[in-house]
Design a protein. Sequence first.
Length: 234
Amino acid sequence: MGWLKSKGIQRLGGGGLERFGIRSWSRVMMAALGSRKDASALKLLQQVFRDNRSLMTSYEMWIIYSLARAQMKMPGAIAEVGVYKGASAKIFCELKGDKALHLFDTFEGLPPACEHDRGIHKVGQYTCSLESVQEYLKDYKNLSYYKGIFPDSAVNVSDDRFCLAHFDVDLYEGTKACLEYFYPRMIPGGIMITHDYDILAGVRKAFEDFLADKPESLIEMPTTQCMIVKLSPV
Ligand SMILES: C[S@@+](CC[C@H](N)C(=O)[O-])C[C@H]1O[C@@H](n2cnc3c(N)ncnc32)[C@H](O)[C@@H]1O
């Protein structure tokens, strides 16, 4: 795992080799889920898997699915920063009912990294156009798209209360901006979850720095993800 944590898989940059690795793992995971989880959930995850637009493993998609299903009972909108080709967004779309889903991305790939990211990303990595994502999600209602670098792109956002926010931006500054923007806007019991916490140094540091003066604790998962559940103000 050492090579993976330092430079290995990130350098593959969303190319064929990265997708091959994720898809191979995901087939095994999907088979394991198939013996235990309900059929409608699996049908959706298999559809997203077949669409071949995701950089998440099947277990990571399952966690997104499961949190979205749980949070649907709560008030507040859903947000995602780091949409790429719209795979995780599609899972939210399938579960969200009438809730608003706010989707933030440059739609031009990664912005510049900083020293905390250890030089493993390329500007423009993971590019997918806004038009491609809009076409992929065209059957779903109440979606808002914000093109540009977050948090500068977060203007005219019609909701200010969120029950679930998913971050997948790979970099320190973007992740820190997500935490700073959404934390005060999360309802009590609202969940902020990120991808890549334990494989990307910048993402990990952003969470550590942000949580240093907060009452919440980080919840790590066996996948690359971690999450924070917003507490009620005391
Ligand atoms: C790894 S991809 C997201 C994968 C996606 N969630 C999925 O399920 O496959 C990272 C995305 O974050 C976006 N991104 C990174 N930093 C950003 C920022 N500060 N503002 C907006 N988008 C950003 C990139 O454009 C890219 O689409």
